[in-house]
Ligand binder design. Sequence first.
Ligand code: ATP
Length: 236
Amino acid sequence: MLLEIKDLTLEYGRIEALHGISLEVEEGEIVALIGANGAGKTTTMRAISGLRPVAKGSIVFDGQDITKLRADKRVILGIGQSPEGRGVFPGMTVLENLEIGAYTRRDKAGIAEDLERCFSLFPRLLERRKQAGGTLSGGEQQMLAVGRAMMTRPKLLLLDEPSMGLAPMLIQQIFEIISEINSQGTTVLVVEQNAQQALSRAHRAYVLETGKIVKSGTGQELLHDPAVKDAYLGVA
Ligand code: ATP
């Protein structure tokens, strides 16, 4: 198991946002976490990347207990994150934003290789490599955020709402790229409100409701589950 979360509880002040969630990601999988606004999806990502301390429970990554490990150490271990809201550095060029992603690495040849891979996944970023990050369109910034996370050469790529704010055609495209990244060997945990796309791409998925996992199964099972259809897919 690449990632194993057990009975995780997380609090914001006195408010408990996650009430003992457990989930697993196996090496090679795309796992989706779906749920409504405020269900706790971003909070789960923050707990995994170490941006928020947990109150109870454990997180084991690649055989190591990382529950109390600092966020930057988790990046070095192989957890790469593309955060919600993108977090692109607006004053830096596309190329600089990508290079920042590799700041923990010293393997120059590997970095150059990953940069090339990133540009082949996102030709648009190659075209715009000298442009300031802040002047990219929403979709381009989303690509840049995913590309930057890839530059850490992660074992596990955490994607928080990669389709947010994107036009339908671009949503399709970003999910195709996610599948491509996965087929090249990166394990992916993706948080999404676009349940249709996420479930069709994911090997397995979890449904989060008000801080609890209420359902899990293969992407296809959940895609055809009447309750999931009703609540998240906009069809009864
Ligand atoms: P969305 O799809 O709207 O982004 P989400 O499932 O990612 O939602 P979270 O952002 O994880 O939801 O939020 C879970 C709950 O925790 C919400 O009720 C939210 O208001 C609360 N919350 C999140 N961040 C904080 C914070 N910094 N302080 C206090 N409460 C917070």
